[in-house]
Design a binder for this molecule. Structure first.
Ligand SMILES: Cc1cc2nc3c(=O)[nH]c(=O)nc-3n(C[C@H](O)[C@H](O)[C@H](O)COP(=O)(O)O)c2cc1C
Length: 362
């Protein structure tokens, strides 16, 4: 039997592999899922304008992110609770990162402790930080990430509280012990049960700090020697402010449509952010990337690289480490093909004039 040939085939396998609770947590967006859909649709509104006769016999996919080389411009976005999707959880993802050379962003809410994930593999690793009500806990997490050899702290700023994901409420999502956030063992008691809604929502309410401000970003930048990346901006003004506060990169993200529904699609927000930031910091994007050619569109509009969330989690659910690896290879190979057909021998250098908007939403 022929295996999955694209990322959406992997999605179908993941759906078969998972029970409704974990599937709902993985697949769903906030409320009416308008942003979740729009992240995809907006990519489809961009058309290519290929150029010809440019010797594309060797396409170079490599680029640098925060000064370090990556073999292709696709990173693994932070995703918590990977124990819901596969028994090897983040360890499988880390091993696939190691094999492919992809940079993995490890979530604060990982089901395995960040030190174990670091040992499992992946030389290129960032730690994604949620800032907690208790700053001492936040500081402890940062110090542990430094000691475990993480290369950057990626502060997620679009989550003062959790968006309302109705699938999780409907399923009364519970987190089994093997999927619980392992970084908090011995630090805080995190609720396991769904409370009035879902367990993830109950945990977020307990831990996330809704009073976070720009001062806290400055606090973090002062506190760590590691470069700080700010994830979860769509407004150019916020991106500039993050850079003013010392961020070395920003991720244009709406959390994969899981926070405020009807937030602008990330690929539409990208160019404004990239223009505003200029060369003062690097700009990355996530949300709705499902094809190698989506990566090419993002690079043309100003992204140095993209992150994928659901695609590799589908791979993880379908086939563990091999599944994550396969998804990365699919995106890499598709990008290679897209660059060749676009007349771009380097994926790091896809000029703006290779894409145009079919329809601009007003
Ligand atoms: C199951 C799941 C868990 C996530 N957990 C986190 C997290 O712990 N921290 C975070 O910053 N973002 C988290 N995100 C958001 C992703 O990092 C990323 O922004 C989003 O998935 C990108 O959109 P995509 O899924 O369309 O690729 C999560 C997303 C999913 C789907």
């Amino acid at each position: 039997m022929v295996g999955p040939v694209n990322v959406m085939d992997v999605r179908s396998r993941a759906r078969e592999a998972l029970a409704p609770g974990p599937w709902g947590y993985l697949a769903s967006g906030a409320e009416d899922e308008g942003t979740l859909e729009e992240n995809r649709r907006a990519f489809r509104r961009i058309r290519f304008v290929p150029r010809v006769l440019r010797d594309v016999s060797d396409v170079d996919l490599s680029t640098t992110v925060l000064g370090r080389e990556v073999p292709f411009p696709v990173l693994l976005a932070p995703a918590g609770f990977q124990g819901l999707f596969h028994p090897d959880a983040e360890l499988a993802t880390a091993r696939a990162a190691e094999e492919t050379g992809a940079l993995m962003v490890v979530s604060t809410l990982s089901s395995r402790p960040m030190e174990e994930v670091a040992e499992a593999g992946g030389r290129r690793r960032w730690f994604q930080l949620y800032a907690y009500r208790d700053r001492e806990i936040t500081a402890t997490l940062v110090r542990r990430a430094e000691e475990a050899g993480y290369r950057a702290i990626c502060l997620t700023v679009d989550t003062p509280r959790l968006g309302r994901r109705e699938a999780d409420v409907r399923n009364r999502l519970e987190i089994p012990p093997e999927a619980m956030p392992a970084n908090f063992a011995g630090l805080v008691d995190v609720p396991e049960g769904p409370g009035a809604g879902s367990a993830v929502a109950a945990q977020a309410e307990e831990l996330l700090d809704p009073s976070l401000t720009w001062n806290d970003l400055e606090w973090l930048v002062d506190r760590t020697e590691l470069p700080v990346v700010v994830k979860g901006v769509v407004a150019p003004g916020d991106a500039v402010r993050a850079v003013d506060a010392g961020a070395r990169a920003v991720v244009v993200s709406n959390h994969g449509g899981r926070q405020l529904d009807d937030t602008v699609a990330t690929i539409e927000a990208l160019e404004g952010v990239a223009d505003a930031v200029g060369d003062r910091a690097e700009v990355l994007l996530d949300g709705g990337v499902r094809r190698g050619r989506d990566v090419a569109k993002a690079v043309a509009l100003g992204a140095r690289a993209v992150l994928v969330g659901r695609p590799y989690l589908w791979g993880l659910a379908a086939d563990g480490e091999a599944g994550v690896r396969r998804v990365l290879e699919m995106l890499r190979d598709e990008l290679e093909g897209a660059c060749a057909l676009l007349g771009c021998p380097s994926a790091a250098d896809i000029p703006r004039d290779r894409v145009e908007w079919r329809i601009r939403t007003p």
